[in-house]
Design a protein around this ligand. Structure first.
Ligand code: SAM
Ligand code: SF4
Length: 351
């Protein structure tokens, strides 16, 4: 089904009831996209202040506003009954949420959930990698934009690259494989870091992924600041090793490449130069219990109120999810003059 043509609700006999029948089993939007991938932010707090993500001075939400682990697990159970099978924990910095491994344990036990992942800046990973692995976490993405301590500080406004490197080593020892390393590609910065990061990942067996810089942070964004995926691949191909396209899942946002002589992969998430909205299968739950059907959504649906009712009206949570997914826009419009940046910055949504 094309994601270009909205499904029509009017004028076709039985169509409405066919859609309702589908919606009782799967999360489908009005463009026919089926959603099985949930990102859960567990906190808006962070121990870094990456310039592209959040402002230096920020007021974090009161902890009482954040969903508890039990509330998150209830939501995930409802979502899993509607076809969600992948969950990724994120933030803010998810490892700042105390005893995150306990949430992992709850989520891997939810019937239907086959894949629980985590995206972290790695600062607190050294001390938590073992407990997370033991709790059943298997997919791990660590964000690291620069290996040089000065450049790391410039981008994150904090020190700590050695902690991230120790966290990566601890994750490897704990048994995580593969480990993905994510870097944001900003023109004027990334040119200096692409090659050292590519060599480091090749040497250590990490899968490197570059994400094009998106207009979702606190700073003014211009298209000219995006270091494009094609340029990154060209640079790595020339300086580190020839790359060839690798098989990839068409619904995955990354385009993956492998070194022709073996020894690792490089992926690019070309959200700006090659948007993947037509294949998008993601929904998001913010740490304060708002549903977002797109990273760039301008509207949110509150589910915290429902999750704090006793007993939790699970059918109302499911309805909220169905309605939110159905209302998803066709695409993020980053490249259009009509683009409107959401009020929340990345750290408060969940990347
Ligand atoms: N704190 C964790 C981390 O940094 O991995 C998880 C949350 S962070 C918001 C998730 C991902 O979003 C990170 O990989 C980060 O690099 C990416 N990100 C943040 N702001 C971005 C932007 N403006 N453009 C592209 N990616 C961005
Ligand atoms: Fe924190 Fe991650 Fe945002 Fe950096 S990208 S400020 S580590 S939430």
């Amino acid at each position: 089904m094309s994601a270009r043509t909205p499904l029509r609700l009017a004028g076709e006999a039985g169509f409405q009831s066919a859609i309702e029948n589908l919606q009782s089993k799967i999360l489908i939007d009005s463009f026919g996209r089926v959603h099985n991938n949930l990102r859960v932010s567990v906190t808006d707090r962070c121990n870094l202040r990456c310039t592209y993500c959040m402002p230096e001075d920020v007021t974090f939400r009161d902890r009482s506003e954040l969903l508890t682990f039990e509330e998150i697990a209830t939501f995930v159970r409802v979502a899993a009954a509607l076809g969600v099978n992948k969950v990724r924990l994120t933030g803010g910095e998810p490892l700042m949420r105390k005893e995150l491994h306990k949430l992992v344990r709850l989520l891997v036990a939810v019937p239907g959930i086959t894949d629980v992942g985590l995206t972290t800046n790695g600062i607190l990973l050294e001390e938590q990698a073992g407990a997370l692995f033991d709790a059943g976490l298997r997919r791990l993405n660590v964000s690291l934009d620069a290996l040089d301590p000065g450049r790391f500080r410039e981008l994150t406004r904090r020190n700590g690259v050695e902690k991230v490197l120790a966290g990566l080593a601890a994750a490897k020892r704990a048994g995580f494989a593969p480990i993905k390393l994510n870097a944001v590609a900003i023109r004027g910065f990334a040119e200096h870091d692409v090659i050292p990061l590519a060599r480091y990942c090749r040497d250590h067996g990490f899968e490197l992924r570059f994400i094009e810089y998106m207009p979702i942070g606190a700073e003014a964004w211009e298209r000219d600041k995006v270091f494009f995926a094609a340029e990154i691949l060209d640079l790595i191909g020339r300086e580190v090793g020839a790359l060839v396209p690798a098989n990839h899942d068409p619904s995955a946002p990354a385009l993956d490449y492998a070194y022709r002589d073996g020894g690792g992969t490089v992926g690019v998430i070309a959200s700006v130069s090659r948007p993947f909205c037509a294949q998008c299968n993601r929904i998001r739950l913010t740490a304060d219990g708002k549903l977002r059907n797109c990273l760039f959504a301008l509207d949110e649906t509150d589910v915290r109120g429902l999750l704090r009712d006793s007993p939790v009206p699970e059918s109302a949570v499911a309805d909220a999810l169905r309605r939110s997914v159905w209302a998803k826009r066709e695409g993020h419009e980053i490249n259009a003059a009509t683009f409107v940046k959401p009020d929340r910055t990345m750290h408060a949504i969940g990347g």
